[in-house]
Design a protein around this ligand. Structure first.
Ligand code: FAD
Ligand code: SIN
Length: 518
């Protein structure tokens, strides 16, 4: 048994920022961060474009950033949340810089501002094209300086401890008492008892197989919260990034940042035709939902597998300076961006919905908070504006910290039983996990992708039920393993995406169903 004031699940920007703030302010309180891979592995580490913040008061304003966010969200954002997040941005950025994050400067010594789709102004602060890597580096450095934070890599949170998971718990309300955590090196399952638990477990990209996300993005936090009966919303709004590098056999996809289009790159089909002006007057800089849906339309019309990003007309020296990582990655694939177009295709990228939280990051379960990509704050509505995600995580980590500085929510005193795996065996049929995972990913890609239909969604539910039943049976008889838990979680997430898609009768932002066209 481990006992702590704060259990933080996840070591991306959301989990680390909250941990630093609470540990700095309250040296007598302790924080345990569990994270299922190496401590830096996260979606955060791969963020390229940067953080959207209003800094240049001559050209930009909060009002403009608010308007851009609302337009991208297609009428479904919570306006008061949008205003709060955007106005907090500059303060939260200052803090990041104070903790040692380096952002690029322009020749006049001010922060260099990039532009991305859906933004009417230059407002994206960045560190070359590896902004997330730099943020993660600086935050982890600060975490290691704080003695009241313990970070446990290779520790996998299996389930939250609530009355729904543990029958012996008597709790008049619905509260969270911590989580069961698997030490992936020893196979031991710990009971981590916590006064407060923060889900900061990131995204769900792997549910689709073809994704810009790393392999940790299996929606564990959303699935755990769902099983604990927390409110989950807007799961139909999966954001597909328009420009993942196309690889014939590739599953995981390297991202070609939207900032490259902000830098002036054009999208062309195989014939060389620049098609985006036909779809939106902002052309390549329309918001992501529109660009992805337009590419999908082109691919369906032409029967091609990908389109191209053309950078050949750009200042290549300046390009290399801003995007050294992308430039090198292209060269590795024998693409010289000075002469060659980059083959690109949309890939699943970001979850706009998730665990419903209020402005303090509180979920519908007492003493359970959620922050970052696993949460649904109301900022993104039907489609997230580029580079608003890191911003959201920073602002909400601060809000949750502030809440804890002002409140001390007590929990009923209860006995928590240890993890019970009586009667389970070490699974010998790994093929069942791999096969069902492949089936799930193919199902989501083919039936629940950028363009959906009622027929495909209904059929997807039937197929998913078969996978669900087989995997639940396996789960009940097996000793716990990360791959089995992740598969179970992805099935839960897929179920939420499909069902919430079927409930949506109007196309909005990133949600497009051919049966909703009136
Ligand atoms: P993450 O950074 O994903 O961290 C989640 C953590 O939880 C990880 O440490 C993971 O290992 C851990 N975890 C998950 N499940 C468990 C479990 N069961 N037990 C224990 N630990 C667990 N956004 C922007 O604003 N600007 C950008 O430029 C940008 N570029 C992007 C580029 C790419 C390629 C990708 C994939 C995303 C990008 N995004 C960008 C989105 C943004 O990076 C993420 O939304 C954000 O970093 C999420 O932060 P997070 O802390 O919520 O989650
Ligand atoms: C990108 O750099 O294109 C990703 C930005 C984001 O997801 O916000």
């Amino acid at each position: 048994m481990i006992s702590t004031n704060y259990l933080v699940i996840g070591s991306g920007v959301a989990g680390l920022t909250f941990s630093i703030k609470i540990a700095e302010k309250f040296p007598d309180r302790n924080v345990v961060i569990v994270t299922k891979s190496d401590e830096e592995e996260s979606n955060t580490k791969y963020a390229q474009g940067g953080v959207a913040v209003v800094l240049d008061s001559e050209t930009d304003s909060f009002k403009k950033h608010i308007e851009d966010t609302l337009i991208a969200g297609d009428g479904l954002c919570d306006e008061s949340v949008v205003e709060m997040v955007i106005k907090e941005g500059p303060k939260r950025l200052e803090e990041l810089i104070l903790w040692g994050t380096n952002f690029d400067l322009n020749p006049s010594g001010n922060l260099d501002l990039g532009k991305e789709g859906g933004h009417s102004e230059y407002r994206v602060v960045h560190h070359k094209d590896i902004t997330g890597y730099e943020i993660e580096r600086a935050l982890l450095k600060r975490v290691h300086q704080l003695k009241n934070i313990t970070i446990l890599p290779n520790h996998f949170a299996i389930d939250l401890i609530t009355k729904h998971q543990v029958k012996q718990i008597e709790d008049k309300e619905l509260s969270c008492f911590g989580a069961y955590v698997l030490d992936q090196k020893t196979g031991h399952v710990y009971t981590v008892k916590a006064d407060n638990t923060l889900l900061a477990s990131g995204g769900i990209g792997c549910v689709y197989g073809h994704t810009t996300n790393p392999i940790i993005a299996t929606g564990d936090g959303v699935a755990m919260a769902y099983r604990a009966k927390a409110k989950i919303k807007d799961m139909e709004f999966i954001q597909f990034h328009p420009t993942a590098l196309y690889e014939e056999k590739g599953e995981s996809s390297f991202l070609i940042s939207e900032a490259v289009r902000g830098f002036g790159a054009y999208l062309r089909n195989k014939e060389g035709y620049r098609f985006m002006p036909d779809y939106d007057k902002r052309a390549e800089l329309a918001s992501r939902d529109i660009v992805s849906q337009s590419i999908d339309d082109q691919l369906k019309k032409t029967g091609d597998s990908h389109v191209f990003l053309d950078c050949t007309h750009l200042d290549i020296k300046a390009f290399k300076n801003h995007f050294p990582n992308i430039y090198e990655k292209c060269l590795e694939h024998h693409i010289d961006i000075e002469k060659d177009w980059i083959p690109v295709v949309p890939a699943s990228h970001y979850l706009c919905g998730g665990i419903v939280v209020d402005k303090d990051g509180k979920t519908s379960i007492s003493n359970l908070f959620a922050c970052g990509e696993c949460s649904r704050t109301g900022l993104h509505g039907a489609n997230r504006l580029a580079s608003n995600s890191l911003l959201e995580a920073l602002v909400y980590a601060h809000n949750i910290f502030k809440y804890h500085s002002e409140h001390d929510d007590s929990l009923p005193k209860i006995e928590i039983p240890d993890w019970n795996d009586e009667g389970t065996i070490i699974p010998k049929e790994h093929i069942l996990i791999q096969h069902n995972l492949k089936q799930l990913q193919a199902l989501m890609r083919d039936y629940v992708g950028i363009v959906r239909s009622d027929k495909r969604l209904k059929s997807a539910i039937k197929h998913l039920d078969l996978i669900y039943n087989e995997v639940e049976e396996l789960y009940k008889e097996s000793k716990i393993s990360t791959s089995l838990c992740e598969l179970r979680n992805m099935i839960n997430v897929a179920h939420l995406i499909i069902n919430q898609s079927l409930e949506r009768t109007e196309n909005k932002g990133g949600y497009y169903n051919i049966d909703n066209i009136k």
